[in-house]
Design a protein around this ligand. Structure first.
Ligand code: MG
Length: 297
């Protein structure tokens, strides 16, 4: 039951976004940072004060973000069609092209323990009439999951058999990668979360698929230290076992896009859900949570 994994009520912390996405607990500022994509801004919630402020505006439609090993933020930008780093407010490009062709609109990103950066590249920021970027062409002709090595600049297409790969997260030992595909029936595929076994250098093979048959797409997802998958699913968060047994559902008043664990002990779950940021207390933490040197601030 969901009561096994959450201990408090769902709280609404902020309302005022158009489409909230990409939440991340930032240890250096002890804040939750997220994207309000159509308003082209990044917001930050401070749990100590309860206040939300604009962290940055005119950000070229950022979306998902994660922490790098040094505590800097790695984030996706639809408008710049790239993955970039935000180190203390200084934003620099990491990767924006594949084989000489521009990426589509990177959506979500994780950093593995070997420092490789894994990200999804669906077309949502370049579709016609988009409010989430700038209309453009799919230059390399697909929607891949990529693995990027910052040290060498090598970019590898590790998954090419999904239609609109979106949220992604590793199992605790990083032997499995979960990837949401939000393309859905109008693109000829079920809404689904696909499971890939991962080997050295990013070689990946699909080993399973969870189909979401009620029309509620999984978008962003995270994995906790017990290997459980916490995923957005329409107006709810669902918790699945590693073998996709449904363990619990958290109803939410709005459609949830994404989520992150955070707070002082990592057990607060923050949800970006359409216009709002929500929080619920849990009994677990993110499997990918990192500790930083004591002098990091
Ligand atoms: Mg997403």
């Amino acid at each position: 039951m969901v009561d096994d994994f959450t201990t408090g009520p769902l709280e609404c912390l902020f309302t005022g976004s158009i489409w909230a996405e990409g939440p991340l607990w930032v240890p250096s500022s002890r804040t939750v940072r997220w994207s309000d994509i159509p308003n082209d801004r990044i917001l930050e919630f401070d749990p100590a004060s309860g206040n939300t402020r604009e962290y940055a505006v005119g950000v070229e439609f950022t979306n998902g973000r994660t922490l790098d090993a040094d505590g800097s933020v790695v984030q996706c930008s639809h408008g710049r069609r790239r993955v970039e780093r935000d180190a203390g407010g200084t934003v620099t490009a990491l990767v924006d092209s594949y084989g000489g062709r521009r990426l589509n609109s990177p959506n979500d990103v994780v950093v593995a323990r070997d420092s490789s950066i894994w990200f999804t590249d669906p077309p949502y920021g370049i579709l016609s009439g988009t409010r989430e970027g700038h209309e453009g062409e799919q230059e390399y002709g697909g929607c891949n999951v990529f693995r990027f090595e910052p040290a060498t600049g090598k970019l590898t297409a590790v998954i090419t058999d999904l239609v609109h790969p979106n949220g992604l997260a590793f199992s605790p030992d990083e032997s499995v990668l979960y990837v949401a595909d939000t393309a859905g029936p109008r693109n000829g595929v079920p809404l689904r979360i696909a499971t890939y076994s991962v080997r050295g250098g990013g070689r990946s093979a699909r080993t399973g698929t969870l189909e979401l048959e009620d029309g509620h797409p999984a978008d962003g997802l995270r994995v906790d230290t017990g290997g459980r998958i916490w995923t957005s699913a329409g107006p709810s968060v669902r918790i699945y076992s590693p073998s996709f047994e449904l363990l619990g559902t958290i109803p939410v008043p709005e459609t949830v896009s994404n989520l992150c664990f955070g707070g002082p002990d990592g057990q607060d779950l923050y949800l970006t859900a359409t216009t709002s940021l929500y929080r619920i207390r849990t009994t677990t933490t993110d499997a990918a949570a990192r500790t930083f040197p004591p002098n990091h601030n």
